[in-house]
Design a protein around this ligand. Structure first.
Ligand code: F0G
Length: 349
C-alpha cells in the first residue's frame, strides 16, 4: 500500500486525490522484543514500533503527508514550522515532493546534525534562532497569521489526523490492543494523535478496548509532570527539549481518559535505554525515542505492570539522525596497525 492516506483513507479528511503527496510513509515494523524484555521483566510482552523507518526517519511523516496534501488542496504555496529537528526534516522533504516552499525555524546549536542536513538538502529555508523551540513556535504562530503560509506544526489539525494512523497500524499488526502504549512527550502532539486514533478505532468497532497511555518527558523539560512552564528546558534528548507544549491539555486528557500516566525520566535513564535498545534488540533509535523505554523501565521498578501486560513503545526517530550522541556515549574505537597478530590479541577468543 502506498502511504498512510491510501491505507486509511476513510479515517482521513482528504478530498482531492490528485493533490496527495506521499513518500510511502507508514507500515513500519512492530517488533516483539526478547532480550530487552528479559532484562526488564519476563512477565510482560514488550513491542517496539519502529517509526524511525519512515521515509525521513521519524513519525512526523505520517502527519506531514496529510498536512502537505491539504496545504496543496487549499492552494497554499508555502509552509512554515518551528522544530527541534524532525518536523523540519519531514516538512522539507514533503514540501520538496509537493513543490512547495518550506521555511523552518530551529533553535541554534540544539538540533541533531542529521536533521539539519535533511532540512538543508531538501531545500528548505533554514532559520536558526538564538532561542528555544517554544520561542520559535510562538514566532511561527504569529507569522502564519500575517502571511499566506501554512503552519505545519502539530497545531495544524491535519498533522494529528495523519499521526493517529500509527495507532491503527499497531492494532492491525498486533491483532489486538496493547495494555499500555508508551511514548516520549515533547510538544505533546503525538500522544494526542495516538489517543485519537485508538478511540476512533474503537468507536468504529475495529477494536474492543483501549490501551492506557503512558507518556514520558525528560526531567529537565517536564512541564506537564511539574505542572508549570519550563522557561529554559534542557536535556540530551534535544527532540523533546520543550518547556511549553502546544497540546498540553490534550496530553493530560489522553492520560486521564485512558487511566495512564505522564512521568519523567532523567538523561541518564534515557541514555541507558538508548544503549539497551541498540545492544539487546539491534535497533538504533535517537535519544528522545528511548524515553519511551526508559519510562517503562522506571515504572516497572515501581511495580506498575502486571504479569501478562503487553506494552508497545513507539521509537519515534532513527538513531542515524543523531550520530554525535551515539559516538559520544560509545567511547573511542580501538586503533591498531594493520597486522593480524595485533587483531588476534584483542579477539578475547
Ligand atoms: N520523539 C522525537 C524523535 C521527536 O522528534 C519528537 C518531537 C517527539 C518524540 C515528541 O513528539 O512533540 O508530538 O510530543 N519533535 C518535534 C520536532 C517537536 O520539531 O521535530 P511530540
Amino acid at each position: 500500500m502506498e502511504g498512510i492516506i491510501k491505507k486509511y483513507r476513510e479515517f482521513l479528511p482528504i478530498k482531492d486525490d490528485s493533490k496527495i503527496i506521499t513518500l510511502n510513509e507508514g507500515n513500519t515494523p512492530l517488533i516483539r522484543t526478547s532480550r530487552l524484555r528479559d532484562y526488564i521483566n519476563r512477565g510482560i510482552d514488550l513491542y517496539l514500533k519502529y517509526e524511525g523507518l519512515n521515509p525521513s526517519g521519524s513519525f512526523k511523516d505520517r502527519g506531514m503527508t496529510v498536512a502537505i496534501s491539504k496545504a496543496l488542496e487549499e492552494g497554499s504555496k508555502a509552509v512554515i514550522c518551528a522544530s527541534t529537528g524532525n518536523t523540519s526534516a519531514s516538512a522539507a522533504a514533503y514540501a520538496a515532493k509537493g513543490g512547495l516552499k518550506a521555511y523552518v525555524l530551529i533553535p541554534k546549536g540544539k538540533i541533531a546534525l542529521g536533521k539539519l542536513s535533511q532540512a538543508m538538502m531538501h531545500g528548505a529555508v533554514v532559520i536558526q534562532l538564538d532561542g528555544n523551540f517554544d520561542e520559535a513556535l510562538k514566532i511561527v504562530r504569529d507569522v502564519s497569521g500575517k502571511r499566506p503560509i501554512t503552519m505545519v506544526n502539530s497545531l495544524n489539525p491535519y498533522r494529528i489526523e495523519g499521526q493517529k494512523t500509527a495507532a491503527f497500524e499497531i492494532c492491525d499488526q498486533l491483532g489486538s490492543v496493547p495494555t499500555f502504549h508508551s511514548l516520549p512527550v515533547g510538544n505533546a502532539g503525538n500522544i494526542t494523535a495516538y489517543w485519537k486514533g485508538f478511540k476512533e478505532y474503537k468507536s468504529c468497532g475495529r477494536i474492543s478496548s483501549l490501551p492506557k497511555m503512558i507518556g514520558f518527558q525528560a526531567e529537565g523539560a517536564a512541564p506537564i509532570v511539574r505542572g508549570k512552564i519550563i522557561k529554559a528546558p534542557e536535556t540530551v534528548a534535544t527532540a523533546i527539549r520543550i518547556g511549553n507544549p502546544a497540546s498540553w491539555k490534550q496530553a493530560e486528557a489522553a492520560r486521564d481518559e485512558s487511566g495512564g500516566t505522564i512521568d519523567m525520566v532523567s538523561d541518564e535513564e534515557i541514555i541507558n535505554a538508548y544503549q539497551l535498545i541498540a545492544r539487546y534488540e539491534g535497533i538504533f533509535c535517537e535519544p528522545a525515542s528511548a524515553a519511551s523505554v526508559a519510562g517503562v523501565i522506571k515504572l516497572n521498578k515501581e511495580g506498575y505492570f502486571k504479569k501478562g501486560d503487553s506494552i508497545v513503545c513507539t521509537l519515534t526517530g532513527h538513531g542515524l539522525k543523531d550520530p554525535e550522541s551515539a559516538i559520544k556515549i560509545s567511547g573511542e574505537p580501538i586503533t591498531l596497525p594493520p597486522e593480524v597478530d595485533k587483531i588476534l590479541e584483542i579477539l578475547e577468543l
